[in-house]
Ligand binder design. Structure first.
Ligand SMILES: [Zn+2]
Length: 229
């Protein structure tokens, strides 16, 4: 069995969307502080985390993009949504800021040699990390899905889709539309994935990515993994 880590690291000052708070990691306890409990001298280390729920690799909860009062928050989504068959599509050739069409998705599925099945998690490798991560353009110039492509994925019955970028569709109006289509169609998406290039050309895997159980959370940071037998 082979496990491929699809999550990015969480660290102080990491790149986050400008709408989100900065990630702060502070030492809370360290081994320089000794505490005496009875006859035992003891020390421990821990850190305090301060971060938005959309920091690092995370899945958006409907509550993030759907203003309806009953829209689900992250701890209300069934775990079954985050464990199941996965496929990664190679769209690494698309230009920056490009909105991928349903036809381009269909061609990528054909190149993969697989068929999409209901319940799939579909990860979209657009070479965003290789081209942009660590630069200001990571927040503005990434490619993504066109509104029709989000509908196409929903029509195929997928459970989830995921991208390397901070957003599922090119920045601005298209990204708002993609989120609203997710709300309308009852699907959602993972953002800020890593290592997708390691999945390309390898066929199907089992996707596992359980979000943190944050009460009322609008997203859940997750450790996403692709498992090959
Ligand atoms: Zn998000």
């Amino acid at each position: 069995m082979e496990l491929i880590d699809l999550s990015s690291e969480i660290f102080a000052g990491m790149q986050v969307h400008s709408s989100q708070p900065p990630v702060v990691v502070e030492q809370w306890n360290d081994h320089g502080q000794k505490v005496t409990i009875g006859k035992t001298v003891h020390s421990s280390a821990s850190v305090r985390l301060s971060m938005g729920d959309h920091s690092g690799t995370h899945v958006d909860a409907p509550r993030h993009f759907d203003p309806a009062p009953g829209a689900a928050s992250i701890e209300q989504l069934p775990l079954e949504r985050f464990f199941g068959p996965g496929l990664c599509l190679d769209l690494s050739h698309v230009p920056l800021r490009h909105a991928v069409s349903p036809h381009e998705l269909q061609e990528a599925v054909e190149r993969s040699g697989e068929l999409l099945s209901p319940g799939d998690t579909v990860l979209l490798h657009m070479a965003t990390n290789i081209r942009l991560r660590g630069t200001p353009a990571y927040e503005t110039d990434f490619p993504g899905l066109s509104p029709d492509a989000v509908h196409w994925l929903a029509d195929s019955g997928i459970s989830l889709f995921g991208v390397e970028a901070m957003s599922p569709a090119p920045a601005g109006e298209l990204n708002l539309q993609a989120h609203m289509i997710c709300a309308e169609r009852g699907i959602t998406h993972i953002e800020c994935l890593d290592n997708l290039e390691r999945l390309v050309g390898r066929g199907r895997f089992t996707f596992i990515g359980f979000p943190l159980k944050i009460r009322g959370g609008t997203a859940g940071p997750m450790r996403a993994v692709a498992v090959f037998p």
